[in-house]
Ligand binder design. Structure first.
Ligand code: 3AM
Length: 181
C-alpha cells in the first residue's frame, strides 16, 4: 500500500514568506519549508494498481495555468486547535482543478473525501495547547490574519508519496502534471 496525496507545490518565494509567518507564530512544531504545499486531495493508503489508475486519470486532466494568491492565517480545530494554516484567496480555477482531481481519483476506485475542500497550506500541526498558549497562538493568528504570502502562477500539480516517521512526514514526488490545456 502506498500513502499518497495530490498537491500544488509552492514556489520558493511563497515558501520563504510562509517561513517568515511561521516564525511570527508561537508554533510548537513547524512544517519544514520543503514540505509546505497546498493539498488538493489526500488519497490515503492505496494499492499500487489503484494508484497507477489514479495517475492515468490525473495525467489526463486538461486545464490552463492560473494565478493563485496565498493570504491570511487561521487555525483548524475550533476550541482545541490542532493546526495553523495560511489561506488561499477564493479561486474558481482552483475549485475546478480540485474537482477534476477528485473525479480522477473516484474513477480509479478511491473513495471520495467526505470533508468539503478547504484550500490551505498547513504551517504547523500540534497537540491542542493549554489555555495560555492557545490564547497567545490565537492572538498571533488574528494579528496576521490580513498577511499575504504573495501570488504565483500554478503551472503544475504533483502526486506525492508520504512517508510517516518519528520526525514527521517526508514527501516524495511520484509524478507531476503540467497545466497547459
Ligand atoms: O498538510 P495538509 O493539511 O495540506 O493533512 C494531511 C496533509 O494535508 C492530509 O494529507 C496531506 C498530506 O499528508 N491528510 C493526512 N491524513 C488525512 C486523512 N485521513 C489527510 N486528509 C484527510 N484525511
Amino acid at each position: 500500500m502506498i500513502r499518497a496525496f495530490v498537491a500544488i507545490p509552492l514556489p520558493e518565494a511563497i515558501r520563504s514568506a510562509l517561513v517568515l509567518q511561521q516564525f511570527l507564530l508561537p508554533l510548537p512544531r513547524k512544517i519544514e519549508p520543503e514540505n509546505l504545499h497546498l493539498t488538493l486531495l489526500f488519497l490515503g493508503e492505496v494499492p499500487g494498481p489503484v494508484l497507477e489508475a489514479a495517475h492515468e486519470g490525473l495525467a489526463g486532466i486538461v486545464m490552463p495555468p492560473f494565478r493563485l494568491e496565498i493570504a491570511g492565517l487561521g487555525l483548524f480545530g475550533g476550541d482545541r486547535p490542532r493546526a495553523a494554516w495560511a489561506g488561499v484567496t477564493a479561486s474558481a480555477p482552483l475549485e475546478r482543478l480540485q474537482a477534476k482531481v477528485e473525479r480522477a481519483a473516484r474513477v480509479a476506485g478511491i473513495a471520495p473525501e467526505r470533508r468539503r475542500f478547504r484550500p490551505h497550506v498547513t504551517l504547523g500541526r500540534f497537540s491542542p495547547p493549554p489555555p495560555e498558549e492557545r490564547m497567545r497562538l490565537e492572538r498571533a493568528v488574528a494579528g496576521g490574519a490580513a498577511s499575504q504570502a504573495g501570488a504565483f502562477d500554478v503551472t503544475r500539480f504533483v502526486l506525492y508519496r508520504s512517508f510517516l516517521g518519528p520526525k514527521g512526514a517526508r514527501y516524495e514526488e511520484l509524478a507531476e502534471y503540467p497545466l497547459n490545456g
